[in-house]
Design a protein around this ligand. Structure first.
Ligand code: AGP
Length: 605
């Protein structure tokens, strides 16, 4: 997720673009840049780091011009560096482009374009600048239209050319683009906060739209036909707009989970043929591993725990999981040909970094699963797989967790396939299930009011217990962690079968017991646990399948989850537990985006 803005009007473009970029920093902040056309000359400045670093870099420069574009980056391809920062330009230095999204086929396009064009970055975006250059003789808008036909993936593109300094061309496919219409000035941006100060009139482009934007005229085409798009009046403040109209980043990011899941797996599999591919991973190494050791902290550790069940069941490979702060001081004995997997959304958790340093020499192969391109852990291991969750502003890990699970499910399938532990029919079926996860999450999210009502019933309780069996046990742990972090209420996650070995002593009419109770092979066992708690007047909140009306007689409250094959249940069960924690925290008047004592990235001992 990146922040894009273009401006054309009568005022100084640089001022308006820098102002807009600062309002878009929540979308990405590892590097930033601007291109301004000043008296038919294209001037570009870029800087690694935050927008303030870019402003510092250009503060003494005289940059006039009333047409320009700007970008604040969340890296997906290529580390955060000056060279990889947007805007990108073509070889003539006349065409400049900013992009949000992923050009899936950039690699093959780049191989062809490299014969004629000199590349200066590792990004997928630069490919598009050179594609336009090849067609530019037909004019900017036609060059963009023809270039777009060659790319696959998601994009929001904003392009300017010093040879045509009276227009901006913008194109949208899968990534948001919105036009702000002012008095003799027009903005085009990833999101409305960037121009709300200047105008509340907006046009939301739709997929396939190409807009030709002049300061007093906007034309929009789709499939080569001119189309009309409604002008809307935005009622949000800037702050509200940055949160997408949601009250908190945490809720906005939970609502983004379907997209985060989809973006993370984009281009990595094809269920029609059972194909799975991870770039920058040595598949032959994966094929020969004999042990797996996963290291992480906090929520990422719970993702590792889900993976343990998956890897052992699907691949038959011994899988151990370690908490970073524990193994960093231990003397682990790694088995033969051990694959080390490190999971960290920030890529900067010191306990995880130090833990990896403690064992890396014995690692047969190692893979980092991180959300931040260029982070420390993304550079320390043999291979890296990025979760494309975009920036997560809320301190609590939500969309990064579901994105980690997305990678781990696909990686488990990939290894199972390499080890011939799964037949092609089951691979295709599993991939079809992964394909439908985003829509199933959306179904749960559309029901969030029901979860809010449950939160309103129980937010005053002092202790919660969470229970799950087998692959749902780590989700009980994560649900309890979310509640602790966001509401400061004491909560513990337990294997449901462990209840009778102690925790049941905590049960009385004051304790809500949250059960992850899918109608699967262990359902009867979980029902027995529920009965034991009911017999002691415990409160039962059950997550179960929509079709399970037996539970109505047993639970005080039920949260329904769409039916899904039992191994995939964690991908859905976590969503209502994140929402439950969120609504309870809000009900308690807590700043759920910045809970006390917590940091987004624990880089201290
Ligand atoms: C998650 O909600 C917590 N904020 C915390 O447990 C976090 O998961 C942990 O610090 C690990 O962070 P990482 O994924 O960036 O390594």
């Amino acid at each position: 997720m990146c922040g894009i803005i273009g401006y054309i009007g009568n005022d100084n473009a640089l001022d308006k673009i820098l102002y807009g970029l600062k309002r878009l920093e929540y979308r990405g902040y590892d590097s930033a840049g601007i291109s301004i056309i000043d008296d038919k000359k294209l001037i570009r400045y870029r800087s690694r780091g935050r927008i303030e670093d870019l402003i510092e870099k250009i503060k003494d420069k005289k940059i006039n011009g009333t047409l320009g574009i700007g970008h604040t980056r969340w890296a997906t391809h290529g580390k955060p560096t000056d060279e990889n920062a947007h805007p990108h330009i073509d070889c003539s230095g006349k065409i400049s482009i900013v992009h949000n999204g992923i050009i899936e086929n950039y690699f093959e396009l780049k191989e062809k374009l490299k014969k004629k064009h000199k590349f200066s970055s590792e990004t997928d975006t630069e490919v598009f600048a050179h594609l336009i250059e090849d067609f530019i003789k037909e004019g900017l808008e036609n060059a963009v239209k023809k270039s777009i036909l060659k790319i696959k993936g998601m994009y929001a593109l904003v392009i300017i050319s010093s040879d045509e300094p009276d227009k901006i061309v913008a194109a949208r496919q899968g990534s948001p683009l919105v036009i702000g219409i002012g008095e003799s000035e027009v903005f085009v941006s990833s999101d409305i906060p960037s121009f709300l100060k200047y105008t509340k009139k907006a046009i939301f482009l739709e997929d396939g739209d190409i807009a030709i934007i002049k300061k007093d005229k906007i034309r929009i085409f789709n499939n080569n036909k001119e189309v009309k798009r409604q002008i809307r009046n935005i009622k949000w403040t800037e702050k509200q707009a940055q949160k997408g109209g949601f009250p908190h980043f945490m809720l906005k990011e939970i609502m983004e989970e379907p997209q985060a899941f989809e973006d993370t797996l984009m281009g990595k599999f094809d269920e029609r043929y059972g194909n799975i591919k991870f770039e920058n991973i040595d598949i032959m190494k994966l094929k020969s591993i004999e042990n797996i050791r996963i290291i992480a902290c906090g929520t990422s550790y719970h993702a590792a725990y889900v993976a343990k069940y998956l890897f052992e069941k699907w691949t038959g490979i011994n899988t151990q999981i370690e908490i970073g702060s524990e193994i960093r001081y231990a003397n682990p004995v790694l088995g033969e040909k051990t694959l080390i997997i490190i999971i960290s959304q920030s890529g900067e958790t010191i306990d995880t970094i130090e833990a990896f340093k403690n064992i890396k020499n014995n690692a047969y192969y190692s893979i980092a699963i991180v959300n931040v391109v260029g982070s420390t852990l993304s550079r320390m291991l043999h291979g890296v797989i990025y979760t494309h969750a975009g920036p997560e502003i809320g301190v609590a890990a939500t969309k990064t967790f579901i994105s980690q699970l997305a990678v781990l499910y696909l990686l488990a399938l990939c290894i199972a396939k390499l080890k011939n532990k799964i037949n092609i029919k089951d691979i295709k079926n599993s991939l079809r299930i992964l394909r439908k996860i985003p829509s199933l999450i959306k179904q749960i999210l559309s029901n969030r009011r029901q979860i809010e009502k449950i939160a309103e019933k129980y937010y005053n309780h002092k202790d919660f217990l969470y229970y799950g069996r087998n692959i749902n046990y780590p989700i009980a742990l994560e649900g309890a962690l979310k509640l602790k972090e966001i509401s400061y209420i004491h909560a513990e996650g337990y294997p449901a079968g462990e209840m009778k070995h102690g925790p049941i002593a905590l049960v009385d009419e004051k304790v809500p017991n949250v059960f992850i109770a899918p109608q699967n092979s262990l359902y009867e066992k979980v029902i027995n646990n529920i009965e034991e708690i009911k017999a002691r007047n415990g409160i039962i909140i059950a997550l179960t399948n929509r079709s399970n009306n037996e539970m109505e007689k047993k639970a005080n409250d039920i949260i329904y989850i769409p039916d899904i094959e039992e191994d995939f249940y964690p991908l859905l069960a976590i969503i209502p537990l994140q929402l439950l924690a969120y609504y309870i925290g809000v009900k308690k008047g807590i700043d759920v985006d910045k809970p006390r004592n917590l940091a987004k990235s624990v880089t201290v001992e």
